[in-house]
Design a protein around this ligand. Structure first.
Ligand SMILES: Cc1cc2nc3c(=O)[nH]c(=O)nc-3n(C[C@H](O)[C@H](O)[C@H](O)COP(=O)(O)O)c2cc1C
Length: 330
């Protein structure tokens, strides 16, 4: 069936559902910098610049990357519901915030993988604790993670031990430079100490205390008490990946977000714990170090840590804004 009019329920209802569930996607500091509009069989995605981190992310790279994660999440929901949809990535100089359009084209034969990814989307969490695994992730698992980014034209590069050391230094220098700046500290405080009614930001409940490790994780409870115990892990066998693109345009940032979503959800289907790290790409010098570490062929857009932590206590869900605030009608 290739006609949206033959769907058993209205396309607009399906798209509203997809947009609302997709908001479980990860975003920089849980800013949820997106807006959806539902039309007749189409769902438009826009960046919400009022939610941009203007100090940490002045270009809006991580804002658009975050919009890519929500775009990919929406496509996963539609697939699991059995709706065939196309994704158009848009680039209109007169309307730069309009990023993409999903269009329902008919019915889709749901696969087991669609269902696994959809389930993962509802249960995935950012895990900032040191991972416990006593051995490296199997090569087969790392290949599954890296391959998930290929359809988006994004490379996921695995760090070897030496590159991991360099990543650690780059992250450390980025954190020193950022925390030295009052405006950065103020912006970080804004998004880590939110009024609960805003239903956004990173709550202390999902933060972890600072501990010595090869690659530090950003401190999300600088003035408060982190909610997660460090646990017995020490990140000894944690795998680090860098996502990179051949160019460095908004279209590349959007596709990186889609790739990151695909990799995070694939990891979650395998029980692999993850967290992404952007501090190292927020500071030009640290990003250049990373660029040198992974080779000159691509612009690093984001890094990710992955490992085994299934025995650790569950992480509470971070809040999301109500669907009605984020989804409008055309
Ligand atoms: C572009 C981007 C950058 C992020 N940067 C960091 C980071 O530097 N450190 C970190 O611990 N988490 C980072 N995160 C994870 C978000 O803080 C997290 O997704 C958000 O708080 C929602 O929580 P959840 O992933 O558990 O749903 C980032 C996420 C995205 C999409």
């Amino acid at each position: 069936m290739h006609d949206k009019h033959l769907l058993p329920i209205p396309a607009g209802d399906l798209l509203y559902e997809a947009a609302s569930v997709a908001c479980l996607a990860p975003s920089i500091a849980n800013t949820q910098p997106w807006r959806w509009s539902v039309g007749d069989g189409t769902l438009d995605l826009r960046a919400d610049r009022t939610r941009q981190l203007t100090i940490a992310d002045p270009q809006g790279r991580l804002m658009i990357l975050s919009c890519g994660t929500v775009l990919h999440h929406a496509s996963i929901v539609l697939a699991a519901l059995g709706a065939a949809a196309t994704t158009q990535r848009l680039s209109d100089p007169d309307d730069p915030d309009l990023l993409a359009r999903l269009t329902i084209t008919g019915l889709h034969q749901v696969t087991a993988e669609d269902m696994r990814l959809h389930h993962a989307l509802r249960t995935r969490r950012t895990d900032r604790r040191p991972f416990l695994g006593l051995a490296p992730l199997p090569d087969e698992v790392i290949a599954l993670l890296c391959n998930a980014s290929i359809p988006f034209g994004v490379t996921a590069h695995e760090f070897d031990a030496q590159q991991t050391g360099m990543l650690g230094l780059a992250v450390q220098s980025a954190a020193i430079i950022e925390n030295h700046e009052a405006a950065y500290r103020e912006e970080a405080a804004t998004w880590t100490r939110r009024d609960p009614s805003a239903r956004d930001g990173v709550p202390p409940a999902s933060a972890v205390a600072q501990v010595a490790r090869t690659v530090a994780v950003r401190d999300f409870a600088p003035a408060g008490t982190p909610g997660l115990a460090v646990g017995p892990g020490d990140d000894r066998y944690t795998t680090y990946l860098a996502f990179s693109t051949v160019h460095d345009t908004p279209a590349d940032w959007l596709r990186t977000g889609e790739a990151v979503s695909a990799v995070l959800l694939t990891a979650a289907t395998l029980g692999v714990a993850t967290s992404v790290m952007s501090d190292v790409v927020e500071i030009a010098g640290a990003r250049a170090l990373l660029h040198a570490a992974i080779g000159p062929d691509g612009y690093p857009q984001l890094t990710l840590r992955a490992g085994v932590n299934e025995s650790a206590p569950p992480i509470p869900a971070t809040p999301r804004r109500p669907a009605a605030e984020v989804i409008g009608k055309n």
